[in-house]
Ligand binder design. Sequence first.
Ligand code: FAI
Length: 512
Amino acid sequence: MTEKKRALISVSNKEGIIDFAQDLCRLGYEVISTGGTKHALEQAAVNVHSISAVTEFPEILEGRVKTLHPNVHAGLLAKRDDDSHMEQLGELNIGTIDLVVVNLYPFKSTVTKPGVTEEEAIENIDIGGPTMLRSAAKNFRDVLPVVDPEDYTTIISYLEQGHVPMEVRRNLAYKVFAHTASYDTYISTYMAEQLELETPPTYTRTYEQVQSLRYGENPHQKAAFYRDPLFKGVSLAKAEQLNGKELSYNNIQDANAALEIVLDFNGPTAVAVKHMNPCGVGTGDSLVEAYERAYEADPVSIFGGIVAVNEEVDAATAEKMKDIFLEIIIAPSFSQEAIDILTTKKNLRLLTVDMNQPAHNEKKVTHVAGGLLVQDVDQGTFEGVDVSVATDREPTEAEWADLKFGWKVVKHVKSNAIVVAKDSQTIGVGAGQMNRVGAAKIAFEQAGGKAHGAIMASDAFFPMPDTVEDAAESGVTAIIQPGGSKRDQDSIDACNKHGIAMVFTGMRHFKH
Ligand SMILES: NC(=O)c1ncn([C@@H]2O[C@H](COP(=O)(O)O)[C@@H](O)[C@H]2O)c1NC=O
């Protein structure tokens, strides 16, 4: 049994490891390493012993077994203040290991590479590394478990002082268990994906902090923003911020809502969001035309709102955007001229999001007290539904275009939801009402005289014909809704009476 302190170093990410090992040697540690790490350290003239000298066994099976040995794990797990533990080590001639520096095979970056094979993924599942980390972390009172290269300098400074406080040790152990837990989660998530498990018996996910936030929905709520590193689709968590203040919790929610809506459109489209609901959506032949429509849809609510567009913001659009107070603009890119124009507003956040990502079959997770609800994201599209005309009159070509537009928007409005739209522009949005008639009233009131010749989209069916009657009175000429009420016929009759064309989608778009 050696008296000298021993450090076992086995790292895939070798950044900073030479300096750290040199410092450990300077502080009197004997360094033991696995093959690749030993080679790297020897290249830098660090005095290092092979793990095989400890295990008295070669590294075998292409590195699948290198450190999985009682001489390693007993050396890590023995309680130094327990005589029987120390006696057993003595009898078996096993030396203690006092510090473990391990970082793992890069499983996450391997499985996020396009076209990765299952074989590659499996070979990147680290077995010996997490085992050593867990042994060291379990015994953190006696052993220092180091998983994060960011901690190298701090640890050296504590060792130089001759004492590592218990809170520091406990924190190192916590970091290890958090790390191995998320590492295993990446593996189980990958496997669940391979198996196409829709609703697994346990729901395990892991997220990395993007940023801590000043506060949550309200100033008395603490909050942070996390991202799913395995997510391949379009995501606000991957946005680049070009200008403006730090995003807030509410900004992120609203920006995400705006992004989700704009992604459902193909031509030039602008979406303005307030409190997670679209207050103005416009499409056009150019982005500036789309933005003007989104703005004019509700010039009051867009003030202080969040705008997402699906094309590069050009100078003409930027000039219009600059005229009012917006919190955030999200776009795939901004032309240099647009940046010059918009950055004159110091606080205006400009976010670029790569909108050309593959679709990712993500689950939508909603928190309930003590639990989670997990469901598929609503990926229903107008193109994906079987639309049928329920009334005597078929919609005109112009009405069809607006019905399609309105249906895309209403999907993103909180239920009960009614959208009134005309000429590629929302003109009335009734959101989050406890009854459909109320949602419609709000939308018609906002639309005012513009409702003449407009369409109405409803996220769910009409249990009674009252909403149709109100629509007729407001001047609406075409309606799109899922259909499926026992009393559909009453609404169809009301439409026929007023010459309204009504189409059924057969798909509901509740959003809570
Ligand atoms: N199998 C083992 O006994 C084992 N022990 C340590 N490792 C890992 O091997 C890597 C370092 O290997 P090398 O020093 O040969 O470059 C580390 O990421 C470490 O976590 C192992 N590899 C995989 O499980």
